[in-house]
Design a protein around this ligand. Structure first.
Ligand SMILES: Nc1nc2c(ncn2[C@@H]2O[C@H](COP(=O)(O)OP(=O)(O)OP(=O)(O)O)[C@@H](O)[C@H]2O)c(=O)[nH]1
Ligand SMILES: [Mg+2]
Length: 267
């Protein structure tokens, strides 16, 4: 039973330099740094540490998750962001829960005792309330038992992750994986975690509150439309079926209209 730590970075040199020495690398068996093509010296820094690097074929946090699966040998994966938000001391806790047999282990930033979110850039608590909303919806519809359905700090059993058939390319990957774990009836475990302010650098554009809210909303809608499926073709099939029902209703309506006209003419 081996565990890989996958560190996700995109132009995070400043934060990564401060964070690196506090990462408990001895808690895992394999290390991979995944990057979509940083230009700020992140890659040079990681290379100087002798870590294995994978450059994504397609940009986006979701693609980083999806492409990582085929780049690691271990059968368990912990995803960790290299910007300082996530507490490296919680990596061994996630590893331990994965080793107990849970399929998905999520770092929870609110509601649970001992948890905390970084709200320094969210004075109106819009992000926090949105995140709590998405968690509650997944609990209600898919019985995930999770409160923080969207946190990126999470670990997977690799086989379970493959079964999820994930295709989210950006920041909706976490929500999609929580929902699909619920749909598949997988074992989900949350641990309390404390989120910190990023150590430097900048939030990526697609993680801005408005874009993120829209992306997560669309993802939720799609997962509701495809029902209990975890197959992405399900959406196309359902839309096709919906179109079929709409065109049948239109035909029925025309027929009814013509029949009523006929009846009226003959009165
Ligand atoms: N490998 C990889 N990492 C990414 C990609 N997009 C974002 N990241 C990393 O994912 C993490 C989360 O992105 P952030 O921009 O920090 O989003 P956020 O945490 O909501 O924003 P802050 O609270 O400001 O940190 C960071 O470590 C990013 O560098 C990507 O396309 N590929
Ligand atoms: Mg961040």
């Amino acid at each position: 039973m081996s565990v890989a730590l996958v560190i996700l970075v995109w132009n995070e040199r400043e934060a990564l330099e401060k964070l690196w020495d506090s990462i408990p690398f001895d808690a895992v068996d394999e290390l991979l740094v995944v990057d979509p093509g940083s230009t700020d010296g992140t890659l040079e820094f990681v290379r100087s540490k002798g870590a294995k690097i994978y450059i994504q074929r397609n940009k986006g946090r979701g693609n980083a998750f999806i492409e990582s699966i085929n780049q690691i040998e271990s059968n368990k994966i912990v995803f960790f962001s290299g910007d300082g938000n996530e507490d490296p001391r919680d990596i061994p806790k996630i590893v331990s829960e994965l080793k107990k047999g849970h399929d998905l282990v999520i770092g929870c930033r609110f509601i649970r005792k001992g948890s905390k979110s970084d709200d320094s850039d969210d004075p109106l608590y819009i992000r926090k309330l949105g995140n709590i909303f998405f968690g509650l919806v997944t609990r209600l519809i898919w019985k995930t038992g999770a409160y923080d359905a969207v946190n990126g700090f999470r670990g997977f059993n690799k086989d379970a992750m493959k079964k999820m058939n994930l295709d989210a390319s950006k920041y909706e990957i976490e929500l999609q994986s929580t929902i699909r774990a619920g749909k598949l009836g997988l074992s989900i475990k949350e641990i309390s975690t404390k989120e910190h302010k990023r150590f430097g650098g900048f939030r990526k554009q697609s993680a801005s509150t408005s874009i993120l809210g829209f992306t997560l909303g669309l993802c939720l809608l799609k997962e509701i439309i495809i029902g209990s499926d975890v197959f992405n073709e399900g959406l196309k099939i359902r839309i096709k079926n919906l179109n079929l029902i709409i065109s049948s209703l239109k035909k029925f309506n025309e027929l009814l209209y013509l029949t009523v006209l006929d009846v009226l003419e003959n009165i």
